[in-house]
Design a protein around this ligand. Structure first.
Ligand code: BTN
Length: 257
């Protein structure tokens, strides 16, 4: 199967008003941030590349994106959907729900899970990651990386057992344009209602949570909160049963015991 991204097809997607494509960039998040300062544009903007050479993850981690992976960023303006400024919204998890459903549609028999706060997992291995960056004036960069036709065998040794990809799980190539279209469909459905927590997709945070029943350690600077994961609340908090009772955690980095 030809593995080219079909740019003209993506340009026609209803959710996107501007599409920028570069064959190679350092990081799509960084490139998008630089370009909005100098080019004319209308959000939502999709920044897409075939090859990312300096992909970034949360907390200064690097993101490996071998040939055949999907690396893209979307710039959105929250004011377009009346998102209140200054209130923390579960953007990363909402994007996660869109990505879980897009990936799941290609893998009907293996549950794809949300790994709080910003990862996508299948059977204990990472298949994707999300990096959200806020800009002034209620604008946000949603950076998304998914391992699709990049086999784990080509990954750096230290990552090889911790990640998986669609080609490894399905044994054949996936149309990256189609999965990206599905992801954009999901974003179009979920993001406009993000500030209203009553919508039924927020229940999906919990439905797709892949860490239920695991003993987790959340690192918040010097502080460590330990507890058994009970799921994800509708407002995006991680629900833990700790030795002091139930606690909902909103920030921090994670480690399983
Ligand atoms: C993480 O695992 O912590 C998040 C990884 C996010 C990677 C994506 S790839 C597209 C976009 N550009 C980047 O530099 N990072 C995100």
């Amino acid at each position: 199967m030809d593995d080219q991204l079909e740019i003209d097809r993506l340009r026609r997607h209803d959710f996107i008003r501007t599409l920028w494509f570069e064959e190679t960039v350092g990081s799509t998040n960084t490139e998008l941030r630089e370009r909005i300062g100098r080019d004319r544009w209308h959000p939502p903007i999709l920044m897409l590349t075939e090859k990312q050479t300096a992909g970034r993850g949360r907390g200064n981690h690097r993101w490996w994106a071998g040939p055949g992976s999907l690396a893209f960023s979307v710039l959105i303006n929250g004011s377009q959907w009346n998102w209140p400024e200054g209130r923390q919204l579960p953007i990363s998890l909402a994007v996660g729900v869109a990505m879980v459903e897009a990936i799941q549609s290609f893998l009907p028999n293996l549950p794809v899970g949300l790994h709080w706060p910003n990862d996508l997992y299948i059977e204990g291995q990472k298949i994707g990651g999300i990096l959200i960056e806020g800009l002034p004036k209620n604008r946000w960069i949603l950076g998304i990386g998914v391992n699709i036709n990049n086999s784990q065998q080509w990954a750096p040794l230290e990552l090889r057992n911790r990640l998986t990809s669609l080609i490894d799980l399905k044994g054949k190539k996936i149309d990256r344009t189609e999965i990206l279209e599905k992801a954009l469909d999901g974003l179009a459905e979920i993001l406009p209602g993000l500030s209203s927590l009553s919508s039924n997709w927020s229940e999906k945070f919990d439905l797709y949570c892949s860490q239920k029943g695991e003993m987790l350690q959340v690192f918040q600077g010097e502080k460590i909160i330990r507890g058994i994961c009970e799921g994800i609340a509708a407002d995006g908090g991680l629900r833990l049963m700790t030795e002091h009772g139930q606690q909902t955690v909103y920030t921090g980095s994670l480690r399983s015991d």
